[in-house]
Design a protein around this ligand. Structure first.
Ligand code: ARG
Length: 260
């Protein structure tokens, strides 16, 4: 009789264990029970980016894409039970990849603009920048005399749009990456660069003899641009992003990279 009771309790315990294991498995660890979104690559969040944009995204000594945005995206992926996949390319291609559904989203210091809202579903914004002018120390280029100079920009950026609107395409030279824009400035092929100020600061810190002055262009908000029509995924990422903004994590990450 004693032996029988032992066996019964053992069987009971085993059944309970199996039931719990089953539950844990079907809820998929971190993944919320109600995760009803789809992604380009199952189980992964695929983002396209132009990693020439420190401190937001750049390549470290090991060739890994790191920075403010990859770090935020890693934490969002943890919350959603997804693996982060980063596809690196130039900025124009990063926008196109998300537009064409090759990536789930473009995460590349993207400024929210009305015309881009027709192409992408944007998350809420998490930070703000303004355009700045970068030139050699003694060049003395400011917003007042900018129109007299040859201006370098990255192709597809807001910087390119603003200066072409103001001064015409003849004054503007567009390059695929900021490494090429800065090479052109240092070689004297262009007189200055118009670009996002936070990134300008990072390049100036790495290149001696360059200075920056602010422009009068309106401030711009960064957000993540999702392939249009995947509301479920965009909303899930947006909720996770807002949690990270609310608990101060996003600001902590920004502060960490800005002071480095
Ligand atoms: N914020 C600007 C824009 O959206 C420049 C972004 C460039 N990003 C990059 N990773 N190179 O047009």
């Amino acid at each position: 009789m004693k032996k029988f009771a032992k066996i019964v309790s053992l069987v009971l315990a085993l059944t309970l264990c199996a039931a719990f294991a089953g539950c844990a498995q079907s809820s998929g660890g971190n993944q919320p029970a109600a995760a009803n979104f789809t992604t380009v690559n199952p189980g992964k969040l695929t983002i396209s980016t132009s990693p020439d944009f420190p401190p937001f995204e750049y390549t470290d000594d090991n060739g890994k894409v790191v920075g403010i945005e990859p770090e935020i995206m890693e934490l969002i992926c943890d919350k959603l039970g997804l693996e982060l996949q980063i596809d690196a390319m130039d900025f124009d291609s990063a926008l196109l990849a998300a537009q064409n559904g090759k990536s789930d989203a473009v995460v590349s210091g993207v400024t929210v603009k009305e015309d881009r809202k027709l192409i992408f579903d944007f998350t809420d914004s998490y930070t703000t920048i303004t355009q700045a002018i970068v030139c050699k120390q003694d060049a003395g280029i400011t917003m007042e005399n900018l129109g007299q100079y040859s201006i370098g920009v990255q192709s597809g950026t807001t910087g390119q749009e603003f200066v072409e609107e103001d001064f015409g395409k003849d004054h503007v030279v567009a390059y695929d990456t900021y490494s090429l824009v800065f090479q052109a400035l240092l070689n004297g092929q262009i007189d200055c660069i118009v670009m996002d100020d936070a990134v300008a600061k990072a390049y100036i810190a790495q290149n001696q003899g360059l200075v920056m002055s602010q422009t009068t262009y309106t401030p711009e908000n960064y957000a993540f641009g999702f392939h249009k029509g995947n509301e479920e995924l965009k909303n899930a990422v947006n909720d996770a992003l807002n949690e990270l903004i609310a608990d101060g994590t996003v600001q902590k990450i920004i502060d960490k990279y800005m002071t480095e």
